[in-house]
Design a protein around this ligand. Structure first.
Ligand code: F6P
Length: 355
């Protein structure tokens, strides 16, 4: 009998609720499945460059199922193939060899999967696990973290609704999601938004102003309006950019469209308009029960792929089934809200203005 497998695991890109649940599931399932030893690489791919790692025994992952963030830390800029002006990939592979690692489990979004695929090409066997609150990874119907983000949006809208009604105001809530409208759409539906604006659908300021004007006349002037806007919505064709992170693969960080919308809308209506930017509240904190279970299923499936020697694949949820697809199938693709999606019909069917 050969030595037990030795597997490295890392979390890359922005954090999201459920990462620890995956780390826990992979560690426990690998120990049960094939007695494998697990090493955690710290701060995503940066740990391979900075040579930072630590052993992960089943006892190390006890009690982390419900914990937000990632116990391993993460990094949303470091790509060892081009980090601070140099290619560190050979040194990263050498570090894995020194550790005696047989394979790598990489938990992350599209950027992480692309880097993972390049390591696979250098001879490091890899299994990917998809994560993003944005829910925009192709070939998987749900990424863990999304449900938790939606729950935060719904709660924020619930809270905004009562203050909006008290003052007869228009309340704008801006969500994350990058160029996909999933969080705003599902969160907006869950929180009873009257208007949901997503990047995939064109929007008219005039139509929004008319809806807001109708509010002023409703309930003797005490009507209110809840607007849920995704950060990737364009105003007059332009994205609203919060900042640029120059050494990142995707340097543009969106944010602020809600405030711009408020400035544009206020002069067109009589009632007061306020805006709230939810920001990283959507990424922090404990995962929902749904995300804990999904993350656990993903982690166990990743461990099964490792034990079976099926590398170069990413775990995915298709319908109700956890399965896997070739890593190469997702490179450079994203998954926007399709214009005929059933959620859009549900929104329109309940009178929500979508653009
Ligand atoms: O991709 C996840 C996400 O939270 C996006 O929704 C958001 O635009 C971005 O990351 C924020 O990135 P950062 O944490 O670097 O500000």
């Amino acid at each position: 009998m050969g030595a037990p497998l030795h597997i490295a695991i890392l979390t890359g890109g922005g954090d999201c609720p459920g990462l620890n649940a995956v780390i826990r599931a992979v560690t426990l399932a690998l120990a049960r499945e094939c007695g494998a030893r697990v090493t955690g690489i710290e701060r995503g791919f940066h740990g391979l460059v900075a040579r930072r790692s630590r052993p992960l025994a089943p006892a190390d992952v006890a009690g982390i199922l419900a914990e937000g963030g990632t116990i391993l830390g993460t990094h949303n800029r470091c790509d060892p193939f081009r980090w601070q002006g140099a290619d560190h990939s050979a040194a990263a592979v050498a570090y894995l060899r020194e550790l005696g690692v047989d394979a790598l489990v990489a938990i992350g979004g599209d950027g992480t999967m692309q880097i993972a695929e390049r390591f696979e090409a250098l001879g490091v066997p890899v299994v990917g696990v998809p994560k993003t609150i944005d829910n925009d990874l192709p070939a998987t119907d749900r990424s863990f973290g999304f449900d938790s983000a939606v729950a935060v949006v719904a709660e924020a809208l619930d809270r905004l609704a009562t203050t909006a009604r008290s003052h007869g105001r228009v309340m704008i809530l801006e969500t994350m999601g990058r160029h996909a409208g999933w969080i705003a759409l599902e969160g907006g539906l869950a929180g009873g938004a009257d208007v949901i604006l997503i990047p995939e659908l064109p929007f008219s300021l005039q139509a929004l102003a008319e809806r807001a004007q109708a509010v002023e006349l409703a309930d003797g002037g005490a009507g209110s309006l809840l607007v849920c806007v995704s950060e990737g919505v364009r105003i007059d064709g332009d994205l609203v950019v919060r900042e640029r992170v120059d050494d990142a693969a995707d340097p543009v960080r969106l944010g602020g469209v809600g405030h711009v919308l408020r400035e544009r809308l206020q002069p067109l209506v009589g009632c007061e308009v306020r805006s709230t930017l939810l920001g990283h509240m959507q990424r922090g904190g404990t995962p929902t029960a749904f995300d804990r279970v999904l993350a656990t299923r993903y982690g166990v499936h990743a461990a099964e792929l490792v034990a079976a020697g099926r590398f170069g694949r990413m775990v995915a949820l298709q319908g109700a089934q956890v399965t896997s697809i070739p890593l190469a199938d997702i490179a450079g693709r994203s998954r926007p809200v399709p214009p005929d999606h059933e959620l859009l019909r549900a929104a329109r069917g309940t009178g929500v203005l979508l653009g």
